[in-house]
Write a new protein. Structure first.
Lengths: 434, 220
């Protein structure tokens, strides 16, 4: 992938299963993580906050401002485009001339109806009339322009109303449930309305409990179903995403490399190095080289892996690396890695062989207990190449050897360089580590 | 200068699901070994090995029908003399450890050179163990992460490597051959082989919970 940066950008436009990772720095709703509309999740992703924190803040705002939070949320839902959509619901509604016509028509119809109704009884109906006209028109527009999945959610939200209206056929159990809920509700409301002095303090509490119980009984199963559907939906999305990720990775790396190999078939050295780079990349993906294991960012082993990849790609050699144990990068360990790099580059340049072995070990762990005093990190860089005579003065090599020895000595480590002509070179570096 | 006679040449069965790899090995090793059979999946391999009873089985760790581990587990109780050399392109530690603990005498990566592979097969045929440099690293890692809660086990000797074994493993991890190790440590090649076999035994028999946890930790 690293050698094909341009394909990386192109993929996002062509890939049918585009990942909805929000583009950096853009505020988008994230329907993948949503509980309601994905506004909180989008906000969290945008600023890098914890989703739960954002949600709690939303709820707090709603409670403190007695409901304004909900209005804010709905507005955000309308005006923020979802991560996988180009335009927000509001923006789409503005351009939806058919929908606007429909909304206006509905509004006119409702107005007429309300006017007629108002003539016959000028009671409470008139007070509700105008907000209703606007809501119906607005909801029509929203409905028409919401993404499909959200339409489905909206549909689910009105389901219990349908059920309460007795639309669909239900089992005996749900009939019993509705009846019981009705009884509880009536009891609660009646209790709330009665006015006995002796239980004045207790009354609202008990009544509220009854009403809540009724609501839970009535809507509980439906809430559960919505919750379950949400989870299922999310899981399906995750699976799809994983597949998309694998597909894109295979496309970006393996197919590209295979194409390159075919084109460079006459240059075996190139082909080998391409295959090697690809192998390592695939290995990292499959078995989680860097990142998994204990190999966190900024650790000894990850620094060495970087070294390995760098030297391999730059000098066309193979660095067979084995690491045992792990420690954090400190100034001293940094110096150790730098010296190891120097030694590896030397071997790549001068030894004349194409395989260099690099062995790193952190030992002496925790025997004395906490603190980890007395741990030592060591690196052995070895090649089976030409070798040199350490006693003979070779200016270019001496300088490098000094930079290895000098660096190690400055940080309190040691460096031993042994070499025999025709046998190869071995550089052993040790450094205390945390 | 003596050419090994037909009778002393180890009889080898090759089990790998990649036809390309099998034909490669056949072309390269056909002269040194008796390649008596090939199989491309677990059940055919079990049938073949049961019929032929070869000296060495070159066994791919990853196969569609259950992997090399299943083959070893089916054969080992009935034919304890058949020796297995595990081959893998993956190096995934938990697979390698699993196949070794099932009873393989050694493990090498598929990128190994022909000469080294021939050496490895011969060594396994002779009853010795073969560790790739990566496996040596794994073992050092598994046995060295001294954690305070290592359970006292039935046989504490099995749960620890001796200093000498550690040294040998370190050199293997650095890419040394047995001959080079012998020279470096001033011991005989036979002694090196003994140390490696002893490490293999510990790896197979140790109940050290560390080892299982260590393998599990690396499981993705």
């Amino acid at each position: 992938m690293t050698n094909q940066p341009q394909t990386q950008g192109r993929r996002h436009r062509h890939d049918p299963f585009r990942l909805h990772q929000p583009p950096n720095g853009q505020l988008r709703r994230d329907p993948a993580q949503r509980i309601a509309g994905g506004v909180a999740a989008g906000l969290a992703a945008w600023k890098g906050y914890n989703v739960t924190t954002v949600r709690i803040v939303f709820v707090l705002i709603t409670v403190v401002t007695s409901g304004t939070g909900v209005a804010l949320y709905v507005a955000a839902w309308l005006f923020l485009p979802a991560a996988d959509q180009d335009a927000s619901i509001a923006a789409k509604a503005r351009n939806d001339s058919k929908g606007i016509a429909l909304a206006v028509g509905l509004a006119v119809l409702l107005t007429v109806f309300l006017l007629v109704a108002g003539v016959f009884n000028d009671g409470w109906l008139a007070g509700w009339a105008w907000p209703q006209v606007f809501s119906v028109a607005g909801l029509t527009l929203i409905w028409r322009n919401a993404p499909e999945e959200e339409q489905a959610s909206l549909k689910r939200m009105v389901e219990p109303l349908e059920a309460a209206a007795g639309g669909s056929s239900r089992g005996k159990l749900s009939v019993a449930r509705i009846v019981l809920a009705g009884v509880l509700l009536i009891a609660g409301v009646t209790w709330l309305a009665t006015d006995k002095k002796e239980i004045a303090l207790l009354r609202p509490l008990g009544a509220v409990v009854l009403v809540i119980a009724a609501i839970v009984l009535l809507l509980g199963p439906w809430w559960l179903r919505i919750g379950r559907d949400l989870v299922e939906e999310r899981q399906a999305r995750v699976r799809l995403e994983e597949r998309a990720e694998v597909a894109s990775r295979v496309h970006d790396s393996v197919l590209q490399t295979l194409a390159l190999i075919q084109r460079q078939a006459e240059d075996p050295q190139k082909v080998i190095s391409l295959a090697r780079v690809q192998e390592r990349e695939l290995r990292d993906v499959l078995f989680g080289g860097p990142g998994s294991r204990k190999e966190a960012e900024g650790s000894f082993a990850s620094a060495l892996r970087e070294l390995q990849q760098d030297v391999e790609s730059r000098y066309g050699v193979q660095v067979e690396m084995v690491t045992v144990g792990e420690c954090m990068l400190t100034d001293r360990v940094d110096a150790l890695v730098a010296a190891a790099r120097e030694a590896t580059v030397n071997a790549a340049k001068w030894s004349g062989v194409s395989v260099i072995s690099l062995f790193a070990e952190v030992e002496g762990a925790g025997v004395e207990g906490a603190g980890g005093e007395g741990r030592v990190a060591s690196v052995v860089v070895r090649d089976r190449g030409k070798g040199f005579d350490p006693s003979s003065v070779q200016p270019d090599r001496k300088g490098v050897a000094e930079s290895i020895r000098g660096r190690m000595a400055r940080f309190g480590g040691t460096a031993v360089i042994t070499s025999e002509i025709g046998e190869g070179t071995k550089v052993t570096l040790t450094m205390p580590c945390p | 200068m003596t050419v090994p006679s037909q009778r002393t040449r180890p009889r080898v069965v090759l089990v790998d699901d990649h036809g390309l790899f099998r034909s490669g090995v056949r072309a390269e090793l056909g002269r040194q070994f008796d390649l008596v059979g090939e199989a491309d999946d677990v059940q055919p391999a079990i049938d073949l090995i049961t019929g032929l009873v070869p000296d060495v089985v070159l066994l791919d760790v990853h196969m569609p029908g259950g992997g090399g581990q299943a083959v070893i587990e089916a054969i080992k109780p009935r034919f304890p003399d058949v020796r297995f050399l595990a081959l893998s392109a993956s190096d995934a530690p938990e697979d390698v450890i699993a196949v070794i603990r099932a009873g393989a005498r050694g493990y090498v990566t598929k990128t190994i050179s022909t000469g080294e592979l021939a050496d490895a097969i011969q060594r396994v045929a002779d009853g010795d163990a073969v560790f790739s440099h990566r496996l040596a690293g794994f073992v050092l890692d598994a046995f060295s992460s001294a954690s305070p809660e290592v359970k006292p086990s039935f046989d504490p000797e099995l749960d620890q490597l001796t200093n000498r074994e550690r040294e040998v493993l370190r050199l293997i991890a650095q890419g040394y051959t047995y001959k080079e190790i012998a020279k470096e440590l001033f011991i005989s090649v036979k002694t090196v082989e003994t140390h490696v076999s002893s490490v293999l035994r510990k790896l197979q028999l140790s109940t050290r919970h560390q080892l299982t946890r260590w393998a599990a930790e690396r499981h993705l």
